[in-house]
Design a protein around this ligand. Structure first.
Ligand code: ADP
Ligand code: MG
Length: 789
């Protein structure tokens, strides 16, 4: 249990340009409490404040002067409370002050700048950050958002419908259980698994609140808003659950009704606000008084909801917001007085732990069984009957689990029945004998295997190398076919891979030594494309499956060419363009929304200003006219209505855009997957074809086995003269005269693609590269004893 006084802070709002500063001074003391001194000017001392004291001093935990930034306020005020809540205590932060003094700015934040984020979004960010860091517990987080207006509660997070009026939202009702715990019926608790989700909910609540507000019901200044973060945590396997909640409260304006001089509907409203703030004060006084048995929590909804936070089980912090403008001196003093009373409250926060009933049942059942077993041992009442078939099976399972458990401390628990214990010993003995025999067998098997492998050293390695060569062959074949086709379509392809560079890539990755000798200075532009592709490969599950997580560069190169002029690629490109456009639109719309929001706030400010002026006038020179409706205010309200309408339209448009963007992203992903799948099929078909041709050639008697893709070069290579091959000029290509299936040589029978009459690449540099590669490859094959002689 932690006993602590309610911490009270003060924050002074920066003065507007036209505001006349009141005289005050701040003495912040790091060690003890800070003090705020407000000086009442002589001309006011006679009028507003009755006793003619000139200066008032108030003590606070800390005072944030005009220039204090939101992050500093969060760090000092809300962070410590959030930390307590994460540890399992309840917490509350509430802002109290007159309208316009900065309560909403402090709790929720300003709309313009990211840096103006208030306590709620910063707390959410902090809480989710901490939860992410702590993996020792399982956490669940929910949020709720309650608005209390004219003593009625409304659920701002109701997902069922978009409210057009506050009254359309479900009414929240207070219920009390026999233990006098408060429950709020109809207040939805929405699960938020991430900061983003929680912020979305906050945004939904704020939007509901904004839209539900009508000119006749300026709820935001006359209602109390309570945003609550509910956290529950549990250690894995433990039956104890900790539940805690953090209320972040933006109270209604505390100004006294006499000053505003309103009547009718507004007066009713004002009465409600004053009544609930009055009850809040009564509760605070009652709690602060020693020996008070009855605390009037039930008098208002506000005090009922915050019951835990006021003199109950909670770490509570108050922030008094002050607008120390000359005209607001008396309101500022009354806010400070309230704060001093709150500072007297002592709260007793206890850890909110409870037991998970399901886990408790399991634990109790186990305990009962253990006690029964003990009873059997103590009373000596043993069974006489034999073990049933079912029991024997059960025991076998237990023994198996026991033997498989690697934990040295694991036990075999079969109770106190001697029959069972004896059976276990016998069974384990059997198993041990059995395993001894099989161990012997295993050892002799192992020895004979070793002998076998010694006979044929490198067998596995040879097989692996053969496979690797086969794979490289296939890749080269497919690529060369593509190169030839590529040559034919050259010119109409938008981003054709340079044939020379394609050859270069194949060589580079199949045979790095040769590449060093043959690579031209600028021949590898496609490498970059291939690399770009490879960076996206890791997201493609089926490709990774096929290539065991890695796709060879040859395969990547082929994919680049494959997708070059496919309709799917065009769809992807088009959608990407559209997506970019939609992102830009959404950004622009977001900025406009902010503008409208600011405009609405500005208009509201004007109305408030206008009211204050009229109220002041009514006090100094009362007249009938001042009690009637103000036409200027009416006009301002109309303007607000219009702005709200456009806000709503834009907001809906933005929602639509978001859906569209998500949809487009999904679409692009889908087409990409299809393209890659098509490629995979094509690639494997090509590989199978080549395999078949190869086996045909091997089985045909007078056939020299030549890799089909290199038919032209192979003709020269058959003389085993590398110098000859390098002399071949593409224009003299002898294969060009051959038909597509049979070469001029009667000893060569293989399939060449229809385009084989076209010189390999037309680029003598690339041809040389490929031929050099073939030569080197053959050398390797011969060395390994695999070559086609
Ligand atoms: P309240 O909720 O108490 O009625 P608001 O938070 O709406 O008051 O503040 C009134 C206006 O003053 C808003 O336009 C707000 O942006 C501005 N404001 C309040 N506090 C600050 C501050 N510390 N720094 C800058 N602007 C502030
Ligand atoms: Mg406000």
């Amino acid at each position: 249990m932690v006993q602590e006084a309610v911490r009270v802070y003060a924050r002074v709002k920066p003065l507007g340009r036209r505001q006349q500063a009141g005289i005050y001074s701040v003495h912040n003391d790091e060690e003890s409490l800070s003090s705020l001194e407000i000086v009442v000017p002589h001309d006011l001392a006679d009028g507003f404040v009755n006793n003619k004291r000139e200066s008032y001093k108030f003590k606070f935990q800390k005072i944030f002067d005009q220039e204090a930034k939101q992050d500093v306020v969060f760090d000092s005020i809300a962070k410590p409370v959030a930390e307590c809540v994460l540890a399992g205590y309840n917490g509350t932060v509430f802002a109290y002050g007159q309208t316009g003094s900065g309560k909403t700015f402090t709790i929720a934040g300003g709309a313009e700048r990211y840096s103006d984020r208030g306590i709620i979004p910063r707390t959410l960010s902090f809480v989710f950050d901490q939860l992410r860091k702590d993996s020792s517990k399982v956490y669940t987080t929910h949020v709720s958002y309650l608005e209390i207006y004219n003593e009625c509660g409304y659920d701002l997070l109701d997902p069922r419908h978009e409210a057009s009026r506050l009254e359309d939202l479900p009414k929240v009702v207070i219920m009390e259980d026999p233990d006098q715990n408060i429950h709020l019926k109809n207040l939805s608790l929405q699960e938020a698994t991430s900061e983003e989700e929680a912020l979305n909910l906050l945004f939904l609540g704020d939007t509901n609140r904004m839209i539900a507000e009508t000119p006749m019901n300026q709820a935001s200044t006359r209602s109390h808003c309570i945003f609550t973060i509910h956290i529950s945590s549990k250690e894995p396997g433990s039956a104890t659950i900790r539940r805690s909640k953090l209320h972040l409260v933006d109270l209604a304006g505390s100004e006294r009704v006499a000053k505003t001089g309103v009547g009718g509907h507004l007066l009713t409203e004002a009465k409600y606000i004053n009544r609930s703030l009055h009850y809040l004060e009564q509760v605070i006084i009652a709690v602060a008084e020693k020996n008070r048995s009855h605390i009037p929590y039930r008098n208002s909804m506000m005090t009922s909801v915050l019951r835990d936070s006021l003199g109950g089980n909670c770490m509570t912090t108050m922030i008094a917001t002050l607008s120390i403008d000359k005209r607001n001196i008396d309101e500022s003093i009354s806010t400070c007085r309230f704060a001093q009373r709150v500072a007297l409250i002592k709260n007793e926060a206890v850890l909110n732990e409870e037991i998970d009933p399901r886990l408790m049942i399991v634990q109790l059942k186990k305990e009962i069984q253990e006690l029964k077993d003990e009873l059997v041992l103590v009373t000596g009442k043993q069974r006489t009957s034999e073990l049933s078939q079912e029991e024997l099976l059960q025991l076998d399972e237990l023994i198996e689990a026991f033997l498989e458990d690697n934990d040295p401390d694991s036990t075999l628990d079969v109770g106190a029945d001697m029959h069972k214990i004896k059976y276990c010993f016998t069974r384990i003995k059997q198993l041990m004998n059995h395993s001894k025999i099989s161990d012997k067998k295993l050892i002799s098997q192992h020895i004979s295997e070793e002998k076998d492998t010694n006979k044929e050293p490198g067998g596995e390695e040879l097989k692996r190398l053969k496979e690797l060569l086969q794979q490289r062959d296939n890749e080269i074949n497919i690529l060369v076919n593509m190169l030839k086709k590529g040559k034919k379509t050259a010119g109409d392809a938008p981003f054709q891979v340079n044939a020379a560079s394609a050859g270069c890539t194949v060589l580079e990755h199949s045979l790095p030594i040769n590449l060093e000798e043959n690579r031209g200075p600028s021949s590898c532009s496609s490498l970059k494309q291939a690399k770009d592709f490879s960076s996206s490969v890791h997201r493609l599950p089926f490709l990774s499956r096929q290539t065991g997580g890695k796709m060879s560069l040859g395969c990547q190169e082929a994919f680049e060419v494959f997708k070059r002029d496919r309709a799917d690629s065009i769809i992807i490109e088009d959608n990407k363009k559209l997506l970019k456009q939609r992102f830009a639109e959404a950004k622009c719309l977001g900025e406009k929304l902010n503008e409208v929001r600011n405009k609405i706030n500005h208009l509201k400010g004007e109305i408030t200003q206008r009211r204050i002026q009229r109220a002041a006038l009514a006090v100094s020179s009362p007249s009938e006219e001042l009690n009637m409706l103000d036409p200027v205010e009416e006009k301002l309200r109309m303007q607000i209505e219009e702005e709200k309408q456009s806000y709503k339209t834009m907001f809906n448009h933005l929602k639509g855009l978001k859906v569209e963007i998500e949809h487009l992203e999904l679409l692009i992903e889908k087409v990409k997957m299809k393209l890659q799948k098509d490629f995979e099929m094509w690639w494997s078909e090509e590989a199978i074809n080549l395999q078949q041709e190869k086996s045909e050639m091997v089985s045909a008697p007078d056939t020299v086995t030549v890799h089909p893709q290199f038919i032209r070069s192979s003709q020269h290579l058959s003389t085993n003269s590398f110098s000859e091959t390098t002399r071949v000029s593409p224009n003299e290509d002898p294969a060009g005269k051959n038909n597509s299936t049979t070469s001029s040589s009667p000893t060569l029978r293989t399939r060449t693609p229809p385009s084989s009459s076209v010189p390999l690449t037309g680029d003598s540099k690339a041809d040389t590269d490929i031929l050099a590669f073939i030569k080197a490859r053959q050398n390797i094959l011969q060395k390994k004893g695999l070559g086609n002689k």
